[in-house]
Design a protein around this ligand. Structure first.
Ligand code: DX5
Ligand code: ZN
Length: 216
């Protein structure tokens, strides 16, 4: 089976956004990954609803939105209206995670929960039956182009075992420093979905890079 590749639009050329989204439409990627940053949860700003709306107008693949923001509950409905399929919130930003997951499902989206590099995967144990995606951050969130944190591999293996033991159908996604050099190793460890920003958009041949990663 092919790996799910989710190129991060954060690394696209925003002056030629439609062109870059068309490139992803024509590629072997499965999802488009949208990194939403608020300058509070992470020390950076990215883009908001007007840009997501333009991406949605051109995209022919499901949108996978990764909210690196505080108070994500305030925006769930608007992301649903824009056609987002997977909405992922950070466990570190949610005081009432169970309620947030239910609100995402109530709006017709699939629910993901992201863990920062310091957050133990065991914290997801009691919600595994309720979520569709567990996102393991393999860099500290906020910026593209950072180096993969090696300890993330052990977290993937632990998460894979937890999912198998629980009978959950939850997918494992990894985000940060992922590219052609580590995709096969991560697939073997149990990753289902791979976010790739700079490795795709800084590649001389993004279509080839996506194809390599999808079939690794
Ligand atoms: C980091 C974001 C990532 C990032 C990945 O805060 O969540 O999605 O854009 O970029 P690369 O693949 O360049 O590490
Ligand atoms: Zn991301």
């Amino acid at each position: 089976m092919k790996n799910i590749i989710a190129p991060s639009v954060l690394s696209a050329d925003f002056g030629n956004l439609a062109r870059d989204i068309e490139m992803l439409n024509a590629s072997e990627c499965t999802w488009l990954h949208l990194d939403i940053m608020d300058g509070v949860f992470v020390p950076n700003l990215s883009f908001g609803f007007p840009v997501v709306e333009r991406i949605a107008a051109v995209a022919r693949k499901p949108m996978d939105a990764h909210l690196m923001i505080v108070n994500p509950d305030n925006y769930i409905e608007r992301f649903a209206k824009l056609g987002v399929e997977y909405l992922t919130v950070h466990i570190e930003a949610c005081t009432h995670l169970n309620r947030t997951i239910a609100a995402i499902h109530d709006c017709g989206m699939k629910a993901g929960v992201a863990l920062n590099p310091h957050t133990n995967v065991s914290l997801l144990e009691d919600v595994l039956g309720d979520i569709d995606l567990a996102l393991i951050m393999s860099v500290n969130p906020g910026f593209g182009g950072q180096k993969f944190i090696p300890g993330s591999v052990a977290k993937v293996r632990k998460m894979r075992k937890m999912i198998a033991d629980s009978g959950s159908k939850c997918l494992i996604e990894i985000d940060g420093g992922v590219g052609e050099d580590n995709v096969a190793m991560l697939a073997e460890a149990g990753v289902d979905a791979f976010v790739a920003g700079s490795s795709v958009f800084c590649s001389k041949d993004p279509l080839k890079t996506i194809s390599f990663m999808a079939n690794a």
